[in-house]
Every structure is written in C-alpha cells, then in structure tokens.
Design a protein around this ligand. Structure first.
Ligand SMILES: [Fe+2]
Length: 286
C-alpha cells in the first residue's frame, strides 16, 4: 500500500500539481489530505478545482484544517471584521473567492480521522491535533508526551507545522509530512510524503520537490492579493523563495510596535506602518 499524504496546500495549486504528479508517477494507491487547502497564496478556486477532480478520480480522504475553520466561522459570525490589510486581507480575499460548494465541502469534513484497512495497522491523522485544528504538535508543545501516551495506535500523522519531521515516543511515532504550499526549510521546495504500508506497519518517505515558484509569484500580482494584503503577501513570497516563514514573527512584532505607540492593539486593526517596520526587521534585503 502506498498512501500519498498531502498537507497544508494554502492555495498553492502549482505546488499541489507538482506533488500530485510526482505521487502518481510512483503509483500511489490513495491520497490523504490533511487540511489547510486554502489561504495565503492566490486563486484558492484553482486549488479547489484540483481537489474536486482528485476526489472524483482517486481514492481520497479529506480532513479540515484551521484555515477552513476560520472561513466557516467567519460565515457564521457577521461581527468579525476582515479588512484589506496585511493582518486580515489574505483571509478576506480567500473568503471572497470561495463558493457555496467549497463551504459545504469543508463543513462535511472532520478535523481528524482513523485510517483502517484490512491487512494494515490502523493509524490516526489530524491537521493540528486530534482535538484542535490549530494545535501545533511540535516538541515545544508541553502536552505532546501526554497526547502520544494516550494514543490508541502506533502512528499519528499531523500537519499544520509546515516542517517535515518524524518523532519517536517509545513504540509510537508522530510524523509530519511538511507543507505543500508554504513549505519551511529545504530552500522552499514543496513537500509531501508517501506512507508505505505492510501488515507490520507504516514507513514514511519524505519528498522535497522543485516547482515553478515564479508563476506563483506572478499570480500574487495578477490576482490582486498583493494589494489587498501587502506585507503578509510579501512575507509569503519570501517564504516561497527561501523556506523561511516570518509571518507569525512579523504579526507579533507589528502588534507589539502598535501597542507601544498607540497604547492598545486589536487584531486586525494594525496600521500598515507597523507592518512595514516589522517586515524590514525580518526581511533585510527588500
Ligand atoms: Fe494549519
């Protein structure tokens, strides 16, 4: 059994196509999608078209990520204000490019699941953790040992970290396939993994692939997302080019600078001048 595990696409349809065609050449039997299909990169509808096509053509399993949760929650909460700005412009742009079909598709999904096939050991999978779509299962998570301890199978596969990694916890293993769309490290190469299954267990094989980053960068311009979420988009472009993602660092610094100067800060109302200062603090050569 060969299972392609595809996580954190973040609307990067060009990287997604590269991973899918690589997996098909390796004759995978199934695809497991770990969520965060959309947001950050341009034209989410292009990613969703590929997802629907995959669903029709191949045996696929889909779960929901925190980005899909943000979109679903925003639809329910008319008070939440997303403006065109570095803080929330990317979310608003993505939201405006989704269709009813997309929302219905996200709503049907769970945030976790168990893979059960006769002749293979069962394993569990999730976007963040088994209970929260935005929990990071990294070594910094104080709850990680407990989570792995209480796991009722030998393998947990989770996304959201954007880092390809495998960690041992006694006889149990936690594996992250990396991110297709905003991959960390490896010079920004797109990442996914194939799980090779036998009756004895599962072995992961990690891939990092070169793909057409220039076209994605061009789409940031043609789609208009760069004007709607200037520094967030510039940070994402920087991450695509280098594998170094400063979005969270920059958001925190911009909020700190705003609070220092204005006494308070309420996301997403962070003036662009603070984003500009924070951006240049992390990305020196732009
Ligand atoms: Fe995520």
């Amino acid at each position: 059994m060969k299972l392609a595990v595809i996580g954190d696409i973040h609307s990067n349809h060009i990287a997604l196509e590269a991973c899918i065609s690589h997996a098909l050449k390796r004759k995978v039997d199934e695809f497991l999608f770990l969520g965060d299909y959309i947001s950050d990169c341009p034209y989410p509808q292009k990613t969703m078209e590929i997802i629907y096509e995959m669903d029709q053509k191949y045996r696929c399993t889909f779960i929901r990520g925190n980005r899909e949760d943000y979109m679903l929650n925003h639809r329910k909460d008319s008070q939440e204000k997303w403006t065109y700005s570095s803080a929330s412009g990317n979310l608003r742009y993505t939201y405006e490019n989704l269709t009813k079909r997309d929302f219905d598709f996200f709503e049907k999904m769970d945030i976790q699941g168990i893979y059960e096939r006769e002749g293979y050991p069962s394993f569990r999978y999730c976007h963040g953790s088994l209970t929260k779509s935005n929990e990071l299962l990294t070594s910094q998570n104080k709850n990680l040992e407990n989570i792995m301890d209480s796991l009722d199978v030998d393998l947990l596969v989770s996304g959201h970290t954007h880092i390809q990694k495998s960690m041992e916890f006694g006889s149990k293993r936690l594996v992250h396939p990396g991110s297709v769309g905003i991959p960390w490290y490896h010079d920004g190469k797109t990442q996914y993994m194939i799980l090779h299954g036998t009756e004895y267990g599962w072995e992961e094989e990690f891939f990092q692939l070169s793909y057409d980053v220039d076209t994605v960068k061009e789409e940031f311009r043609t789609s208009g997302i760069i004007e709607k979420a200037l520094y967030w988009s510039k940070l994402n472009i920087h991450a695509l080019e280098t594998g170094d993602d400063y979005t969270s660092h920059c958001l925190l610094l911009a909020m700190e600078l705003c609070k220092e100067a204005e006494g308070e800060v309420i996301w997403p109302d962070i003036p662009e001048k603070y984003w500009k200062e924070a951006f240049h603090n992390f990305v020196k050569d732009s």
